[in-house]
Design a binder for this molecule. Structure first.
Ligand code: ADP
Ligand code: MG
Length: 726
């Protein structure tokens, strides 16, 4: 073992759980939201009129009246300054997959005196230079300015870091011409669309109580921890988030002893501190446990309104990373840090709530509630069936390609799991229609009798489905662990809003003839019949399902490049325009960015593999080769039989030869891809079909060498160490 590697391992032996200060032990209810400028703070610090105005902006996402903005800004600043804040930032989500922030201090000089100032203008609008954020061609470089605008649905919060406190204002980020340069804007637009169309449908169904509808979201976040000293010795992990080399360890996850296992004390201390931080930020963390793979974990919050939950998931990922460092860990959010064992995902639990406190996907107790539930269910099936490609695209990415369909994560085919009971209800509704117009009465069987109560557990058994109904919400399980959830949720809201609009149109068209109830029954039966093909309750991992899905005509976009290419298909551009979530130009630009990001990811991985291969693995292998060759020669010179040793030398030498060839091949493919000038799609295909393939071939030889080379010469921490030493 090289001295660095053994020093890292020795250091782990002496690491102990890191305690948080006793201040950290205050009661949960006091802690929760302590760093958020939430409703309580607003109520006590704002005049009644300002408070109610702001509250309605927060609930409905309306724009803040500039007259109000100054009052809110002042109250917010006072609150933040009392907590030690010196700076504020507009916190936003550019299309990099991460969050961005530019800090400004509250300081202002008035007659040589420093005053702490923050006015409505600074709260509502910021003007960061947009030229270095990806825009996918939306913004010409001469129009570099962008602006950030407060999203009042998501409360401001303060971040406490080692040497200071910063007020963070969640914002949307647009170009001066109004095009969305971020992930948040389309999400906000999609929530508006969903509200608009859900209300329209509810009114048609006779509901005049519900004032507005909003999507809800709870993200179960998976991640790996690795000891920081080992992490720092893996340049591939540092550069790419995953190991591009690494031989199988003697023990992986086959003993199944990690899942829900007792949590190791150092890890638990880390989890407790990160939860403590997140609670203060108002992120309602609920669950923690060991996941399937060694050193893999999960954290899950209580669901919230989607626009807030999306910000909270970004915060959760940031806090996990920051707190991990304090505990001597590094938190890996990549979808597949290690080959051969499970990767990480993010279950995206989605539903719709009303201002009257109802979950619209809760099967009802009264006939009216049941009717509503069944109509929404039918509309969602239609949305997923017609736009399976879009859902697939929102979770595309070089990282997620390693896990989707790899028998640990749902397949790339988007199907819906409903469970047997709802299948029966669906079949019943379809059959009802078939009975003809003389039995109209029966078509209206939407009451309690036709919809049995649904025990929640019975609906949550199938872990192989990418889109499962789990009792009162849908669980979109194909999202990658490192991905922001704004995009999948914007698409989900958009396709459901569009489908609701279609359903309302149909009911309106039919109702004058038959009355609303019969119209609803007919539409639902038609929808179930037309879109039943997307429902699949069986094993999504099985070979048979792939064949079956093909015969049903369901799309199977196996890899990200094929998926991304479909993003600007005519149907998709039209859909986004129809619901007002993305303009054609914005759709186009997002497609470009996704391709760009795919190419860049593979390019960084390829360069990392080349550099490690050339400068760490080959030299180590050649040292062992030299040692073996010398000992073979010495033994031979002494007149000894060395057949087996010579075989070992041959194997080692042959593998080194292959490794060098593979390095040259990867270098050539990479250069070709770098120099390529053509469409984004063709460029991405080059990376996928040539660079990525060459990188995998190189890995095969490198991983064999890892099993042959003298452990003393091997400087990269091995899987057995990274996965098991914490
Ligand atoms: P599991 O899927 O592990 O069995 P649960 O089903 O209880 O666990 O919840 C998983 C996640 O789903 C949690 O984050 C939870 O808050 C969220 N969730 C529950 N109800 C809803 C809802 N109506 N809308 C969105 N998310 C929800
Ligand atoms: Mg779940």
């Amino acid at each position: 073992m090289t001295s660095q590697r053994s020093a890292a391992i020795r250091s782990i032996a002496t690491k102990r759980p890191v305690a948080i200060s006793t201040e950290g032990r205050s009661q949960l209810p006091e802690l929760f939201g302590a760093n958020v400028f939430g409703l309580d703070q607003m109520r006590t610090r704002l005049p009644e009129s300002a408070y109610s105005g702001l509250r309605s902006c927060m609930e409905r996402g309306d724009e803040l009246d500039p007259a109000l903005a100054d009052q809110v800004a002042t109250a917010m600043k006072e609150w933040a300054v009392e907590r030690g804040a010196t700076h504020f930032t507009h916190w936003f989500q550019p299309m990099t997959g991460a969050t961005a922030e530019k800090h400004d201090s509250f300081a202002n000089l008035v007659d040589g005196r420093l005053l702490m100032e923050f006015d409505g203008k600074a709260l509502i609008k910021g003007e960061p230079d947009a030229s270095s954020f990806p825009s996918g061609g939306l913004r010409a470089t001469f129009e570099a300015r962008g602006y950030t605008a407060w999203d009042p649905t998501s409360p401001a919060f303060i971040r406490e870091t080692t040497n200071g406190v910063t007020l963070c204002v969640p914002t949307a980020f647009c170009s001066w011409t109004g095009e969305a340069l971020d992930e948040k804007t389309p999400l906000l637009r999609s929530a508006d669309a969903l509200n608009r169309e859900a209300i329209r449908l509810l009114r048609l169904l006779g509901d005049d109580r519900v004032g507005f509808v909003y999507p809800t979201l709870g993200c179960e976040q998976e991640y790996f921890l690795i000891d920081r000293d080992l992490y720092l010795l893996r340049p591939d992990l540092v550069a790419t988030g995953r190991t591009v080399f690494g031989a199988r360890p003697p023990k992986g996850q086959e003993l199944e002893d990690h899942y829900f296992g007792s949590i190791q004390p150092r890890v638990l201390a880390f989890m407790q501190e990160s939860e403590f931080e997140l609670w203060k930020l108002g992120v309602p963390i609920k669950t923690r446990h060991n996941e399937v793979a060694p050193s893999q974990y999960e954290v899950a919050p209580i669901f919230e309104r989607t626009t807030v939950a999306t910000d909270h998931n970004m915060l959760c990922m940031e806090v996990l990373k920051q707190v991990a460092g304090r505990h001597g860990f590094y938190c890996l959010l990549h979808e597949k840090p290690y080959a051969g064992i499970n990767g990480s995902g993010k279950h995206n639990n989605w539903s719709m709530s009303t201002d009257t406190g109802e979950n619209l996907l809760e099967p009802g107790k009264s006939p009216e509630e049941n009717m509503r539930f069944i109509v929404l269910l039918a509309a969602i099936l239609r949305a997923v069936d017609l736009h399976a490609d879009l859902l697939r695209i929102t979770i595309a990415g070089a990282g997620n390609d390693h896990r989707l369909g790899a028998n640990e994560a749902p397949p790339a085919i988007l199907s819906v799991y409903l469970g047997e009971q709802l299948m029966d209800v669906m079949d019943g509704m379809i059959a009802g229609t078939g009975k003809g117009s003389d039995r109209k009465g029966e078509q209206m069987q939407l009451g309690v009798e036709s919809l049995p109560p649904l025990p929640r557990d019975a609906t949550d058994r199938n872990r192989t489905s990418p889109f499962a109904f789990t009792g009162n919400k849908f669980e979109f399980r194909a999202v990658g662990s490192s991905q922001g959830v704004a995009k999948p949720n914007a698409v989900l809201n958009a396709i459901v809003a569009d489908s609701l609009a279609w359903v309302s149109d149909e009911i309106e068209r039919l109702k004058s003839d038959k009355g609303v109830d019969a119209a609803v029954s007919q539409v639902v039966a038609e929808l179930f019949k037309a879109h039943k093909r997307v429902v699949f309750n069986g094993n999504g991992y099985s070979e048979e399902w792939h064949a079956e899905a093909e015969s049903r005509g369901l799309p199977n976009l196996k890899n990200s490049v094929d998926a991304i290419a479909q993003f600007n298909a005519k149907k998709n551009v039209e859909l986004f325009e129809r619901v007002g979530v993305l303009t054609a130009k914005e759709t186009e630009s997002r497609r470009n960015i996704m391709f760009e990001s795919y190419c860049k990811t593979i390019a960084v991985e390829a360069q990392s593999a080349l550099s490690l291969g050339r400068t760490m693995i080959l030299p180590a292998a050649q040292r062992t080769q030299l040692a073996v060759a010398q000992s073979v020669a010495a033994a031979k010179a002494a007149g000894l039989e060395v057949k087996a040793q010579a075989r070992r030398l041959e194997h080692l030498t042959a593998t080194i030869e292959c490794m060098i060839d593979a390095i040259d091949e990867l270098a050539a493919q990479f250069e070709r891809a770098e120099e390529f000038e053509g469409s984004e799609h063709e460029h991405a295909k080059l990376y996928r079909d040539h660079v990525f393939v060459a990188m995998n071939r190189l890995r095969e030889h490198a991983d064999v060498l890892e099993t042959l080379v003298d452990d003393q010469d091997w400087s990269l921490p091995k899987y057995r160490e990274m996965l098991f030493l914490l």
